[in-house]
Design a protein around this ligand. Sequence first.
Ligand SMILES: *Cc1c(COP(=O)(O)O)cnc(C)c1O
Length: 953
Amino acid sequence: MADTDFKFTDYQPYDFANRRHIGPSPREMAEMLSVLGYPSLDALIDDTVPASIRQAEPLAWGAPKTEREALDTLRETAGKNKALVSLIGQGYYGTITPPVIQRTILENPAWYTAYTPYQPEISQGRLEALLNYQTMVCDLTGLDIANASLLDEATAAAEAMAIAERVAKSKAKAFFVDAHCHPQTIALIHTRAEPLGWEVIVGDPLADLDPAAVFGAIVQYPGTYGHVHDFTPVMAKLHAAGAIGIVAADPLALALLKSPGDMGADIAVGSTQRFGVPVGYGGPHAAYMAVKDAYKRSMPGRLVGVSVDARGNRAYRLSLQTREQHIRREKATSNICTAQVLLAVMASMYAVFHGPEGIKAIAQNVHQKTVRLAKGLEKLGFTVEPEVFFDTVTVDVGQLQGVILKAAVAEGVNLRRIGERRIGISLDERSRPVTLEAVWRAFGGDFSVDDFAPDYRLPRSLLRTSAYLTHPIFHMNRAESEMTRYIRRLSDRDLALDRSMIPLGSCTMKLNATAEMLPITWPEFSEIHPFVPADQAEGYRLMIDDLAAKLALITGYDAVSMQPNSGAQGEYAGLLAIRRYHLSRGDAHRTVCLIPTSAHGTNPASAQMVGMTVVTVKVSDSGDIDIADFRAKAEKYAETLSCCMITYPSTHGVFEETVKEICEIVHAHGGQVYLDGANMNAMVGLAKPGEIGSDVSHLNLHKTFCIPHGGGGPGMGPIGVKAHLAPFLPGHPEKGDAEGAVSAAPFGSASILPISWSYCLMMGGEGLTQATKVAILNANYIAARLKGAYDVLYTSKRGRVAHECIIDTRPLAASAGVTVDDVAKRLIDCGFHAPTMSWPVAGTLMIEPTESETKAELDRFCDAMLAIREEARAIEEGRMDRENNPLKNAPHTVEDLVGAWDRPYSREEACYPPGAFRVDKYWSPVNRVDNVYGDRNLVCSCPPLEDYSEAAE
Ligand SMILES: *Cc1c(COP(=O)(O)O)cnc(C)c1O
């Protein structure tokens, strides 16, 4: 080779910056643009996004980082956190995540990239895991029915209060709260009760409770300072007065103690964090709620149930969905949408992994260590309270408080500061003999654990006698090979982003890049207690400040709160800020909230939670907000107008030209604008809500900013506000101002923020803008390819869609009897998760491809959709039977193939429609699931299963 033949390549092997997140290659993009008839991506964007809303300055904060650079930054930042041993308790405890669960669930895209299990056929694995979770919660609490997780213990307690108000016979308007509830729980109950006009009475339930004065009461068990009381008489008193009894209980303590159900509780709530989910500076972890059967229809959150498929085989599905906010809207009890599925799955597997014997042994071990600790402290002359306890004790140390806390930190241990004189200590599964010895040294003692005999100080009358975790699944052979295979079997039943695109409208299902996921399990992020002294969370502070600044830049707002744990919580926090703003100006009467009929169900549900009156606004045939109706309603309610809630681009997938005008109308009548930011994936870098005229928005970091959906959670829903609303952002008791607190932890689910932060770092402002443009390109490409076969319901005047499009399948129902369900289920045969079904328009499919999908994947999807149209045509033209056809019989399973084949179409047509891979074919584990049967025959815990015996000992 001659020297002159050698040329240095420009190609950067690792640093293909935006190509990680941007699916189509430059060549593919050029092909797609030519299909759409545009010379360039910018020409398409100029024709799609109205000039009137475009941001003037490009988004910029320096060059994008490579993966290695970003991870270096993350490492350096993590290194500024100090992961001490935290014995602070207060709802957050050390726990050991079994490595098999960490590796095969938490770090496994088959689990973390899944969507909420609305399509049951492709969700059987996670539905089974969630059913195990519900069974575990029912067993431990002794109650009849449990949901598949809530956001955190404190919100679960506030939700329980709301149920109580709804179902209690008592007409009282006050709620009693045990002073020994965790402070954040008390704060959230205040937040929730205040706008609804309910009085909150905090006191000692054994002494101060007047049951006739309240519609319900909540007690903490064990209490935040360690007390373990028998609340049976309290529950009885409440019932006699027609009020509801709620117990907030630690599930690990319940392994040893009488259950809330046995005390007569109507509702139990709590956190399953210490079942193998790291504290993570506050989250995410799964809260639980269990209720008596009579209250199941009032329970918020998702509920997994057992039904049958078209062959009569057992199949799981979400039950009683009509309870949810997307159906009940402003009449919903709760706005919860995204919950904590991935963490509930982890907690359920922790129970499967340990079984009842293991859980009991862990609980006993924790208790025994606490008794030893107490004995040592007593030997030093301290009085340890209470006399009987589970894992938490408090000591009145008087003047020594500061000295001891400091000495403990020097020993590498955080203890809880209580008031001016007391110290709280909560032990956990991780506490070692050296931990106890360190605590003793901080108190001035030099003991060895062996100096104290193991002992029990549990109240005898409260020892648990009822069985739990009796189902065979909690008794399987726990050899790691079995665990690994069980977890693998379940994930193999499901379709997640690791197998195919999930073209869900509204719920942006984009890439969750591996490099972004790595830091979340670093101990410097995952093992920080949310209430550690600030100097131990310096890394978190730096990251949160920088991410907040970037989100403010992206949205055009002045301040950002990271507290809300989900989009719906963000709405709630934003509306509370609006409410408090009006109150501060003496405008208590401003309570009307205008919401277009096309809004997401969480919008009206959130509005009613803050005591607003929802007035709905029409949507015109073009899909835009009916501006005349909007103006008329704003004028009609001018005196009482609080705000409007709009979504931009609209839920119809179009950039409305009138959005600025809408903001002006609301402002002219003294109202505020809440802009639902769930569709920010269409705006980042191109337009800013704050510049369009909105006052507050939430961002779904689990949509736009790459936090995985986890099968229905975790999430993060930070809100951005204009300066005038900044004083009304959520406070938190740990920060000294509990006003408006909406989450148990000050920064919500802080430990997943590294995902969004590293996304921003690796993309840079330019990369994020490019992602938005390609998201719009991909959606317009799909709309163009499907045009002719299906009507695209809404487009702009120039015929463009935003980042998603709605296609109309209703004509197929008329012409061929093919429903939107049939199309969705046939897509499973093609290896796809269905798009969003029947929202925001019944009988339609809403498709959002996101920028992450390659042209090849978009084409595979379009081929599948076009083939489905042709199958419908065969029915229309009488070439295929109206009842017995591949659409009606979808999805097809291996079971269908093994028996006699008597269908009027071939096995080949059944199983290998266009789009389906031949070798890597996804096989649905069940035939079509019968929804009606499941609701008529409600079973929401593990049924006795023959199948499990395969895995049993
Ligand atoms: C997803 C979504 C929400 C709710 O967000 P969660 O995080 O699920 O609570 C609200 N509005 C719109 C338009 C959404 O798409």
